[in-house]
Structure formats: structure tokens, C-alpha cells
Design a binder for this molecule. Structure first.
Ligand SMILES: Cc1cc2nc3c(=O)[nH]c(=O)nc-3n(C[C@H](O)[C@H](O)[C@H](O)COP(=O)(O)O)c2cc1C
Length: 162
């Protein structure tokens, strides 16, 4: 039985994700895209993954650069989520970003960042499966009370403990 695309989207929308912005930098400047398909993979060696669509110009440039930084968004960063899910020519125009190990942008206010070298790229149908080797990572604002931004059934929310 073939899988109906709208049913695929509806059912998979029942799985909540965190929201990240995966960034990179090259001679032309900084690039970044909102990514929900981020996950940890391995502790030894330390590997993480995300799945960018082949259509993404951001992914093409990150692939060339060979490094990326995963910025985990807090629940007060919905504006960054929208900005980096868009197609603006320069998504960094209004952002004062910094760099850590790889030179990929670290976004101000992210609750955590994970700096990586591209370790492997696998076939994932209309997306690539990108595995990153973690080179440096940190949580920011260790003592603040913000939680992560969450994505579920096409909407955004906050984390609450049971
Ligand atoms: C919450 C959320 C999660 C997303 N997750 C992904 C993802 O995992 N992979 C992907 O390719 N696009 C994802 N997107 C869409 C990209 O952010 C969007 O296509 C972006 O415009 C790509 O930028 P670019 O075309 O400048 O490269 C997501 C968007 C949102 C709002």
C-alpha cells in the first residue's frame, strides 16, 4: 500500500521535536536554517545528526564548509525560528553572532550549542542524513529558567514537567 503524503505528515506531526538552528559560515558569510530533525547519535565517538532537504541552499553551503553548529532554541526564541525557516537573503543582518570551535555562528540566547565537523552524509530520500562529529559544546545561561522551544502538530509550545 502506498503511503499518502498528507497522512504521513499528519501522523509524523504527532511526534514532538525540539527546535534548533543549524548554522555554517564560508567566505560569503553566515548561513543558517531551522531544523527539527536534530538528534544525538553516539557518545563514543560523540556524534549527532540532522536531516536537511536537498533543496536547501543553506545545506549546500554547510556541506562545502565541512562544519556546522547546532543552536538549541529556547522558548523565547520563536522569532529566530521563523527567521531561519524563511528565505531571507541575509538571515544574520540583525544578529550579533559569535563563533566557538568551528567558526560556524553561535546565536545569542540559544540554550545550548553543539559545534561539529561533518563526519558522514547518508542517503535519506529527499533529505540528506548528516552525521556530525562533536568538537565542542556548551549550555548557555546555566542558571536561567527558560525551557526549550517545542514543535508539535504544526504549532509551538513549551516544556512542562509532570
Ligand atoms: C520547526 C521547524 C522545523 C524544521 N525542520 C527542518 C528539517 O529538519 N529539515 C529541513 O530540511 N527543513 C526543516 N525546516 C524547514 C527549513 O527551516 C526551511 O526550509 C528553510 O527555509 C531552509 O532554508 P534555506 O532554503 O535558506 O536553506 C523546519 C522548519 C521549521 C519551522
Amino acid at each position: 500500500m502506498p503511503i499518502d503524503p498528507s497522512e504521513y505528515r499528519r501522523v509524523l506531526g504527532h511526534f514532538p521535536t525540539g527546535v534548533t538552528v543549524v548554522t555554517g559560515a564560508d567566505d560569503e558569510g553566515a548561513v543558517g536554517m531551522t531544523i527539527g530533525s536534530f538528534a544525538s547519535v553516539s557518545l563514543d565517538p560523540p556524534l549527532v545528526m540532522f536531516c536537511p532537504t536537498h533543496d536547501s541552499t543553506t545545506w549546500q553551503r554547510i556541506k562545502e564548509a565541512g562544519t556546522f553548529c547546532v543552536n538549541v532554541l529556547g522558548d523565547d526564541q520563536l522569532d529566530l525560528c521563523g527567521l531561519f525557516a524563511g528565505k531571507d537573503e541575509d538571515k544574520f543582518a540583525e544578529i550579533e553572532w559569535t563563533t566557538e570551535h568551528t567558526g560556524a555562528p553561535v546565536l545569542p540566547g540559544s540554550i545550548a550549542w553543539i559545534d561539529c565537523d561533518i563526519h558522514a552524509v547518508h542517503d535519506g530520500g529527499d533529505h540528506a542524513i548528516v552525521v556530525g562529529l562533536v568538537k565542542a559544546l556548551r549550555t548557555v545561561d546555566e542558571l536561567d529558567s527558560r525551557g526549550p522551544l517545542l514543535f508539535f502538530q504544526g504549532g509551538f509550545g513549551q516544556f512542562g514537567t509532570l
